[in-house]
Design a protein. Structure first.
Length: 193
């Protein structure tokens, strides 16, 4: 037996086990896996969660009994070696009832990320690539820093065939959902800035 993992699957499994052990010890870190790396992030701030909650309420109201909206739940594609924790993920209700430890990527109908005040490249570059690779049907980035959104759909390889920009106040059609962004709030500027 080799002490050093050498295949993508072995690397992913090793990182997954280490990440799970680490997350059992702390509640302030979120661990994601991409490109053979473990990425640790702090838990979201309240302003971030306020935006997520307003979107979640709309998704739940429109989803009926056939869909569930999961918040900050593992979404993975082990074959690609990717594990992400989207802010919101819409899945069929029967997937929620499973005993799997993560949402299988092929079951995600919509993924939404709210941009953090300090780490936008993760959502705009890394997750755009990873969610396309995972074949997520619809990816919506909501950016409270400047009051904009970008909707991506029809993934092709590591990119998307379609993307459309919006501003807070628009009603955005994302898959089967119409999301009214008029009630979303922007981050406040830091004091003295």
């Amino acid at each position: 037996m080799s002490l050093k993992p050498d295949t993508r699957d072995e690397i992913y499994q090793h990182l997954r086990e280490y990440r799970d052990q680490l997350m059992e010890r702390t509640e302030v870190l979120y661990g994601e896996i991409s490109d053979g790396r473990l990425l640790l992030m702090m838990s979201p701030v309240m302003a971030h969660q306020r935006v997520a909650n307003r979107l979640r309420d709309q998704l739940i109201a429109q989803g009926g009994d056939s869909m569930s909206v999961m918040a900050e739940t593992d979404l993975e594609d082990p074959a690609l070696g990717i594990l992400r924790i989207p802010d919101l993920c819409v899945i069929p209700r029967d997937v929620e009832e499973s005993e799997d430890r993560a949402i299988p990527a092929d079951q995600a109908l919509v993924v939404i990320e709210i941009v953090s005040p300090s780490n936008s490249s993760n959502d705009y570059r890394d997750k755009v690539r990873d969610y396309a690779r995972m074949r997520i049907a619809h990816y919506l980035i909501v950016d409270p820093r400047d009051g904009t959104c970008v909707h991506y759909w029809q993934p092709v390889g590591e990119d998307w065939d379609n993307r459309q920009r919006h501003v807070f106040g628009d009603v955005i059609t994302v898959g089967e959902f119409a999301l009214d962004t008029g009630g979303l709030t922007r981050y406040r500027a830091p004091a003295g800035g």
